[in-house]
Design a binder for this molecule. Structure first.
Ligand code: ATP
Length: 199
């Protein structure tokens, strides 16, 4: 699976729309300090569903919306779209091209879209689970992540292998099933209490 295009508008330093096409070979983003190179990576993290403002180097989520400069008014909307070539069907969907979009309005409203159809964050995390691409996965490797892997902080090395070998989704499903079982047991107990009261 290949990343083919990134479109960013109103996100951090990008008041004007930028489009980055990832052609064959390696794509490098270069520029002087503070010109917005890391903001490109932040935008990829964000569109993949990142919820942690710390990971986005921001105090609050609203701060990721372009807040204007000498020549441009602040934006009301941050919008990022990321397109993948899915001809090898790595993503479990019939689409050969998948475009993921995330929007955030200054009013606080936000929205996720998959191929221009509104969806939930859960649909996106489920789609990318075990592909190595999720927001907290290993497709974006920062220096501090390398430190964590070397020191094996919070069993991070194991989590990395679990994601790469494709078992994260089963672990997640197991956890969800256990939670449902717990809820059902609580419901059953309540039904028994009610029956006892009626009798
Ligand atoms: P370095 O090489 O120093 O790491 P960089 O090229 O990676 O820098 P970034 O950290 O991506 O640069 O970008 C920093 C710039 O983004 C700063 O000039 C900052 O003012 C600008 N910026 C961040 N958030 C916003 C925002 N919401 N609106 C406008 N500009 C923003």
């Amino acid at each position: 699976m290949k990343l083919t295009k990134l479109e960013v508008k109103g996100f951090k330093s990008f008041g004007d729309k930028i489009v980055i096409n990832f052609d064959e070979g390696v794509t490098a983003v270069v520029g002087p300090n503070g010109c917005g190179k890391s903001n490109v990576v932040d935008s990829i993290r964000w569109v993949l569903g990142e919820q942690s403002t710390r990971a986005l180097r921001s105090e609050k989520m609203e701060n990721i919306i372009f807040n204007g400069n000498k020549s441009r008014k602040p934006a009301n909307l941050a919008e990022v779209s990321l397109t993948f070539d899915n001809t090898k069907n790595v993503l479990p969907t019939d689409f050969s091209q998948v475009t993921l979009t995330r929007k955030l309005y200054r009013s606080g409203e936000s929205e996720y879209r998959l191929n221009d159809v509104q969806c939930r964050l859960k649909d996106i995390t489920d789609l990318f689970l075990d592909t190595g691409i999720g927001s907290d996965s290993y497709s974006i490797i920062e220096l501090k992540m390398i430190d964590e892997i070397i020191t094996n902080k919070e069993n991070s090395r194991r989590a990395l292998f679990e994601e790469a070998s494709g078992i994260s989704k089963y672990k997640l499903r197991k956890k969800q099933t256990f939670n449902k079982l717990k809820d059902t047991e609580a419901d059953l107990e309540r039904v028994e209490d009610l029956l006892f009261e009626i009798e």
